[in-house]
Design a protein around this ligand. Structure first.
Ligand SMILES: [Zn+2]
Length: 183
């Protein structure tokens, strides 16, 4: 179910405004299958769209909160998205067919196509949200990662008296004797 839909018939050259709420349900399904989680707060998507010839220029301001996992300690990391987005939607019948033409048009960032009477912005919103998340999110720059439990740490002193391996006993005795001689 698309949440951010513009009716093409509503659009003229002076443009029109939309104020969408980014619901938590929408966010949950948009983030499904990613490492990201919604925070339970609604986001907002303010859109201005206008017709320019047969194309529709969409400009928007997108704000939403998400949670990523710290790459080192797995703690939640708040990702607050607040960014301007823009895309130019052309009628589906103008979509290039030859690969040569597609290559040329790839230079034009954020061009998309619409068919029928609606422009669906859901994929664009999702894409921008995912692009805002760093490859390695960190809870803080000096995060030291998951603390290693004491019992899993390597012993500090191999020749410490506690938990000494019986096989080291002769060596320890020798060490004691040598130390005595040095005194
Ligand atoms: Zn961390």
């Amino acid at each position: 179910m698309s949440a951010f839909v513009l009716q093409v018939q509503d659009l003229d050259e002076s443009g029109k405004e939309w104020n969408f709420a980014i619901g938590t349900d929408w966010l949950s399904s948009a983030l499904a299958g990613t490492e990201l989680k919604p925070t339970g707060h609604e986001g907002a998507f303010h859109v201005h769209a206008q017709r320019t010839g047969q194309d529709i220029l969409v400009q928007g301001q997108l704000s939403a909160d998400m949670l990523a996992s710290c790459a080192r300690c797995l703690a939640d990391v708040a990702i607050d998205v607040d960014l301007a987005v823009a895309a130019l939607f052309s009628p589906e019948h103008t979509r290039p067919y030859s690969s040569e033409e597609i290559e040329v048009r790839l230079d034009e960032t954020n061009r998309d196509y619409y068919g029928g009477t609606e422009i669906v912005l859901d994929p664009m919103v999702r894409e921008h949200l995912l692009l805002e998340v760093p490859m390695k999110a960190l809870c803080s720059d000096d995060c030291e990662g998951i603390p290693i439990p004491e019992r899993l740490r390597p012993p500090n002193e191999v020749f410490g008296t506690s938990a000494l391996d019986a096989r080291f006993a002769p060596l320890l005795k020798l060490k004691e004797e040598l130390t005595k001689k040095e005194e």
